[in-house]
Ligand binder design. Sequence first.
Ligand code: NOJ
Length: 571
Amino acid sequence: MRSSVLGSRLLFICDAAVALASSGIATASAPLTTTLNITVEDLWNLYIGPVETASINTTVEPTPIPSAELIPPPQLYYPSYLSGAQIPGQGKNESWSLPAGFWWGVSSASYQVEGAVKVDGRGPSLWDAFTHRAMSVADNQTGDVTINEYYMYKQDIQRIAAMGVKAYSFSIAWSRIFPFGNGPINEAGLKHYDDVIETCLQYGVQPQVTMYHWDLPLYIQLSYGGWTNEKIVDDFVAYTRVLLERWGNKVAQWYTFNEPISFCGEYPVPDGYFTRTTDIPDVQQPFWCGHYMLLAAGKTYQLARSMNITVPISIKNNGGYKLPRTSSDEDTEAVQRAWAFNEGWFADPLFLGDYPSRLKNFTSSFLPEFTAEERNMIKGASDYFAHDAYTAAYYMAPDVGIEGCLADANNSLYPKCYNSTYTLPASEGGWLIGPASDPNTRWLHKATEWLPAFLHYIQDTWTPANGIVITEFGMTEPFEAYKTKREDILTDPLRSAYYRDYVQAMLMAIQEGVTLVGCLAWSIADNLEWTAGFTVKFGLQYVNLTTQERYYKASFFELANLFQAYMRDSE
Ligand code: NOJ
């Protein structure tokens, strides 16, 4: 029904590999192509296949939270001093405080939490195709149902408000608004987010919205190769115009993009599942993606300002603190290359006006220079230095040396030509940088003691005029998915320690002069961790995936208590 309302699009289908030589006539190898008139339903059927549906499939109205659920757990730490405790179990260092106006919140992303993937006209996204077909996901899990946030948002917003959370950062699924990514608009999708935003406001929780958290409308990938094609810039801006017209200043903060380093790293998309649309060499594709992302972010930012939208607009960048593994010159240079190919890839154009030179040495042979107009449009298109800053790692030169790697395009580390690890050399004890998280999140260690240095580095290098916001931080409790008893799951000491030490590290950095404006913990509740599926848990709340019941974990109390103790507003 809905697909007829939304109409259909032409899809160009191409078999680039077919040669016409079998007749013996000497023809050049030519692609066989055709076009199809395709509906949203066809896209689902042809590219995704059957999807799971949830048993709860109407919006759940919140019921009062039993007061017993809000009782904090027994104290995890036994401080050597107890002076000035504001609340039971939370010692306080009187010389620290969070600046006035500081906000904290919890976050999520559409594909990871919503479920209801075919409901109300949503078109499939790249991630529906990844989880169902094109990528190996732990236990073959998908986002078809996940934590059913599409129907549970009222209850979830009520639950975080009850814990004193000030902000909820969620993302909008582009393919709920434009099922094909471009073309017809789906009013039902807009109405859904109308209500999510209104519910936040009703509970006194600031809505913070990410416009793009990786769930590219599949049609855009199929028809022209998504982020590898310049056409996406205008399609993205047409989409964001709709969001800005609808919600503009009602949203407390906009984030145009989440972690471009990550989603640009999805290119080239796996062979054999998507129409072939580009002859850009594999190694270049992420950098074209990044280039178009910056142009799209810059245009959206300018558009918003031309519409008198005054709330902060930022890009969520990501990466951990980088330490040289040894004091050698090569490892020191490896760290510089790592900053350039990670944070600097986007932070340099956004805050300094162009790509870092170490990155440009590679990209200048194929990427166009930004024009002066583009440069001006992109510089300043992130009000805050918004960073997903979870952890830290050691960096070092490749075994063949940096020069050796740069001279060999077949080296697996090319073109970045640095390596990283979480352990010190055996000669220095071989210790981990910090306690390991779940084995299925190998990249994540509790290395909170490096956060002040990290924040100083950001502030000194990119001098963001409005300061820094930490847009994600969080921890997976090792082996949590194996736990079967609810009380075992809810008692999460590593995550609690991580949040405690992380917030204390934030306080230290603030006291040392870092302008930190706010932070968002990942995540509101256990959800689909991309290809790790539900085998790892980042939630501040446990979700029983069978009953869809939510329960606060001990770490949520830890985090809420810290903010209650240190927020100046509450003193
Ligand atoms: C980065 C991403 O933005 C989010 O989607 C992911 O789940 C978390 N960090 C944890 O990996």
